[in-house]
Design a protein around this ligand. Structure first.
Ligand code: ZN
Length: 290
């Protein structure tokens, strides 16, 4: 089962979140039928947002918008700090690989743009924060966001590995943060370990992926597990929600949907679920509006 593990170094000066999000990203691919580069970009965005959301307190939700000016278009996701995430990528069909290695390319097809996080604490006045995209690889963009916007020096690794049929094989990541009071020497030690650690795609294929990533990040240093939280792709859309949206339309529009289109089909952009409204459903809504 997918999970996020929160940990802190015994010294108290470093903390790490590590994630196995394989099922979550597989579900996103199943729902959106994404091709290789789009799968990896969307998957990394979902993992990035799970990290952002798990960093919030209370009943908060984080909307992450990654807006590029190249092939992908925008990637939008919403994550709760209960480990649920939903999201979509505007262009699901980007499929570009290096000829020699088969490596799936992401950064160059994001282009220039912004990394925008909107935190909704459930009490109004959502808090928006924006940083420019640094490489478009999303992991580096998240690290830059955390370091600049939240003022916490951070290292981030995100990985979505595809099999030879371009289906998600493993997905996950980590965020390692330096807390106030860490010595230069300690920071250098952690930096070196992050640079030298095995590829994330390899650690994610171990029997216990989160433990393997923690072991690589902390090396010989002792650490404590603070929490373990389940992760999943979950969309909270419902027929009632789309009915409520239809009710906000002008009566003439609903009438036209009924008389000219003989019904309406609305597809949830976050999960692809279709909702069908027949002529008589629309008639009821028009009646409700009056
Ligand atoms: Zn949905």
């Amino acid at each position: 089962m997918d999970k996020l593990v929160k940990s802190i170094a015994e010294s108290g000066f470093f903390r790490a979140f590590v994630l196995d999000a394989t099922k979550t990203v597989q579900t996103a691919q199943d729902k959106h039928h994404t091709l290789s580069s789009s799968t990896v970009a969307l998957g990394r965005a979902l993992i990035a947002n799970l990290i952002l959301a798990s960093n919030q307190k209370g009943e908060s939700k984080v909307t992450l918008k990654i807006i590029g000016n190249s092939s992908f278009g925008h990637i939008i996701s919403v994550a709760s700090n209960k480990g649920e995430v939903k999201g979509y990528i505007q262009n699901t069909g980007v499929d570009i690989k290096k000829t020699a290695t088969g490596e799936v390319l992401v950064g160059p097809f994001m282009g220039q743009g912004h990394f925008i996080s909107i935190v909704d604490y459930g009490i109004g006045n959502p808090y928006t924060s924006t940083t420019p995209l640094i490489s478009g690889e999303i992991g580096e963009d998240l690290a830059y966001y955390l370091t600049e916007s939240e003022q916490t020096p951070s290292a981030v690794g995100l990985n979505v590995l595809l099999d030879d049929k371009d289906q998600v094989k493993v997905a996950g990541g980590f965020m390692l943060q330096v807390l106030p009071g860490a010595s230069e020497e300690e920071i250098a030690r952690y930096e070196k370990r992050v640079q030298d650690m095995p590829a994330l795609s390899q650690l994610l294929q171990e029997e216990n992926p989160t433990q393997a990533i923690l072991a690589a990040l902390y090396g010989e240093e002792s650490y404590k597990i603070l929490a373990e939280e389940p992760l999943s792709f979950h969309c909270d859309c419902s027929r009632e929600r789309f009915e409520a949206a239809l009710l906000t339309l002008p009566k003439a529009d609903l009438q036209a949907m009924k008389d000219e289109d003989h019904g309406a089909e609305i597809t949830c952009q976050f999960c692809g679920t279709p909702y069908t409204f027949t002529e008589s459903d629309l008639e009821d809504l028009i009646h409700d509006q009056a």
